[in-house]
Design a protein around this ligand. Structure first.
Ligand SMILES: Nc1nc2c(ncn2[C@@H]2O[C@H](COP(=O)(O)OP(=O)(O)OP(=O)(O)O)[C@@H](O)[C@H]2O)c(=O)[nH]1
Length: 383
């Protein structure tokens, strides 16, 4: 499509796909392979419960003076699409909304993967290079399938890469949403969305006031932050009014992959003291395991596959991040996993003075820290 400043680009509706071609294999994503030498375009997934402020955030990003060319993909239920579009201001202030690409058929499950890949393909094949893509998901979505589409592509030298998952939460309603389901075996999306987030925007702080009436400074906000960190200790939390946040903190975070190792190490350092629980914990929680002995990489992979794929011990692991001390290698390896997809890569040489160790943070439900610890120790090579 030729760009024309006078006429803002129209929406491109992705056709609904029928059931016959619904289960598209991930190798479809090979269509998204990048051109040699060009760095992939970052995709920020924006998720959050109904009404938390996702569109407000997208609007804010589009209108901020950053000079980036940003495209938006919406994933909303059919009837809502018109409303969504009308609510988003098409880039008055600096951002150019190049194209709207809507995923018309509901939340991002396997049927939508195909449309998503097509939508991304359409965007990255444009003549004018994009700087970033925002993918706003429906308030009901579980972000994990999205991560799997975008992350796999990274391994395929894709033209796009998952930059980060941002979850917007409503400071006024979050506690209610979490409390409602805390003791149940099934968890609402609110938990999952926080569990998968790299950044949580704690929005609508104006609706939480201290007793003296000063908005946005209440102890209740500290409590909410604790609550969020109990679920996902690795998430960066940013408080906001109408999602007005420093864009440097949310775009280009490179939360996946080994490139951003220093950030990962900082996170792991900060959270090495996450308390371990000796009993089975049914809620969504973060645990950290620290073990120094080097691991056998083959054993470690099959341990991880047992946990992520076979769901051994009924543990529901949503997210893992860590550094590994691999036997026979002078390289520090990083581990990243989102649901069943994982990646272990050598990142850099261990430094001489550095303590070589395995430090893994797990976010999930039903985690049993004893089983996790024992089974990890079984992968170690005694030196
Ligand atoms: N008081 C207050 N209202 C806000 C704030 N941020 C957003 N809102 C309002 O909250 C409502 C919902 O915001 P949206 O951005 O549409 O939320 P959403 O997550 O996109 O909503 P869905 O698409 O329905 O899931 C709108 O009326 C916003 O104006 C805030 O910080 N404070």
């Amino acid at each position: 499509m030729e760009e024309d400043d006078e006429n803002p680009p129209l929406a491109v509706r992705i056709e609904e796909i029928n059931e016959d071609n619904a289960s598209v294999s991930l190798s479809q994503s090979e269509d998204l392979r990048g051109t040699a030498g060009e760095s992939p375009v970052g995709v920020t997934v924006i998720t959050g419960y109904l009404g938390a402020g996702k569109s407000t955030l997208v609007n804010y990003i589009l209108n901020a003076q950053h000079g980036k060319r940003i495209a938006v993909i919406l994933n909303e239920f059919g009837e809502e699409i018109g409303v969504e579009r009308a609510m988003i201001n098409e880039g008055d202030g600096g951002a150019l909304v190049e194209e709207w690409v809507e995923l018309a058929n509901g939340c991002v499950c396997c049927t939508v993967k195909h449309s998503l890949v097509q939508a991304l393909e359409q965007l990255v094949q444009r003549k004018e290079r994009l700087d970033h893509i925002l993918l706003e998901t429906t308030g009901l979505a579980d972000p994990a399938p999205l991560a799997s589409v975008l992350w796999l592509d990274d391994q395929l030298e894709s033209a796009v890469r998952l930059d980060s998952i941002i979850t917007v939460v409503d400071a006024k309603n979050l506690k209610l949403q979490l409390d409602e389901y805390r003791d149940y075996a099934s968890f609402p999306e609110a938990f999952l969305q926080i569990a998968f987030a790299d950044v949580v925007i704690l929005n609508k702080i104006d609706l939480i006031s201290r007793e003296d009436g000063v908005p946005g400074t209440s102890d209740a906000l500290d409590d909410l932050e604790k609550e969020i960190h109990n679920i996902n200790a690795l998430a960066t939390i940013i408080r906001s009014l109408r999602c007005q946040v420093d864009l440097c903190k949310i775009l280009d975070r490179q939360a996946y992959g080994a490139k951003n190792l220093s950030h990962l190490e900082e996170l792991l350092e900060e959270h090495k003291s996450i308390p371990s629980r000796s009993h089975h914990d049914y809620s969504v929680r973060t645990f950290c395991i620290n073990e120094q002995q080097p691991v056998d990489l083959t054993k470690l992979r099959s341990w991880l596959e047992d946990l992520l794929w076979e769901k051994k011990s009924n543990m529901d692991l949503y997210r893992c991040k860590g550094v590994l001390n691999v036997h026979g290698s002078d390289q520090l390896h990083t581990l990243q996993a989102v649901r069943e997809i994982y990646e272990i890569v050598p990142a850099r040489k261990w430094q001489q003075k550095e303590k070589q160790t395995n430090r893994i943070v797990f976010i999930g439900r039903n985690l049993d820290v004893d089983i996790l610890g024992d089974s990890l120790r079984a992968c170690m090579v005694l030196t």
